[in-house]
Design a protein around this ligand. Structure first.
Ligand code: PLP
Length: 288
């Protein structure tokens, strides 16, 4: 069965779905996106994803072609048609198609596409064993807090990690502080068991998973500091982990070839992953 995708009001087999070569998402990365996790055929934290989608659209003075209930209906229809039990729904809105010009067009109809991807969220080798990361300069544009499809720098960082035999990259600002991962928020646990993660600003994406993890950590009485942390602090940390909707919580067991926690997922990371997974499963089990 071919995957069924959504494009501008239609559900089509993926090989039949097309958009214009003049689409500004294609020509200028003038498009925003969201990735929502799906467990038990149900969207996880989707209200928060839609809230952030609107923030991204507002920052770029871009319109949504659909209302929120209409967007949710598209996401749910894709889950249904593709029988997606565990994975993600990707959705993207661009400013639409117009003759190439740096000036935002007036009256262009926004383009919306959406599709499902099957992904293991509840258990995976990376979740059980942890990932290794390299550190590399953060060369992204100045507004990674807006979730745009301009992801080439992140893709290059990921490739650099793979070429170095690692799984992912942590991005480092010009002052030597880690901003976030190539597609995830980054955390360390200090030797006095404090969770440290970069504070929200224009330098990082305000992760939906980040917000939930900090809430769960607070509820559990854990100590949290939202501030910049350097590469050397990360190398000396007791544990490290990353979060994202398509990964939940992944332990980081090696940074720049230096092992953390003897190369095993740390206890605090394991506890937070469990707390987050339980919360997601509760949401997946809820009925309207
Ligand atoms: N940071 C970046 C750069 C990302 O691309 C992502 C997810 O795609 C995240 C953080 C994690 O955000 P969320 O938890 O909302 O998926």
């Amino acid at each position: 069965m071919p995957r069924i995708v959504y494009v501008n009001g239609r559900y089509l087999p993926e090989h039949q779905a097309t958009i214009s070569i003049f689409d500004r998402g294609f020509l200028f990365a003038d498009a925003v996106y969201e990735v929502s996790a799906v467990l038990n055929n149900r969207l996880i934290e989707n209200r928060n994803h839609l809230r952030r989608l609107h923030r991204s659209l507002d920052e770029l003075a871009m319109d949504s072609p659909l209302t929120d209930p209409e967007i949710v209906a598209v996401q749910e229809e894709l889950i249904r048609r593709n029988e997606l039990r565990e994975g993600v729904v990707y959705l993207q809105i661009s400013r639409g198609a117009a003759d190439r010009d740096f000036v935002f067009p007036t009256g262009a109809q926004p383009t919306m596409v959406a599709f499902t991807q099957v992904k293991p969220l509840l258990s995976s080798p990376q979740a059980e064993e942890g990932i290794s990361v390299i550190t590399t300069p953060d060369i992204r544009w100045g507004r990674p807090d807006i979730k745009t499809v301009g992801l080439l720098a992140s893709s290059m960082a990921k490739m650099q990690a793979l070429q170095a035999g690692a799984d992912d990259a942590l991005l480092v600002d010009s002052e030597g502080y880690i901003t976030e991962g190539s597609a995830c928020n980054a955390y360390i646990v200090t030797t006095d068991n404090t969770i440290v993660t970069r504070h929200l600003s224009q330098a990082i994406l305000p992760g939906i998973t980040r917000s939930s993890i900090l809430e769960l950590a607070r509820e559990a009485g854990l100590s949290i500091e939202e501030r910049p942390f350097s590469v050397s602090e990360a190398l000396a940390a007791r544990e490290a982990f990353v979060t994202g909707s398509a990964a939940f919580v992944l332990p980081v067991v090696k940074i720049d070839n230096r092992q953390l926690n003897r190369g095993r997922p740390g206890p605090l990371t394991t506890r937070l992953r469990k707390l987050y997974t339980e919360r997601a499963l509760r949401e997946a089990g809820e009925r309207d």
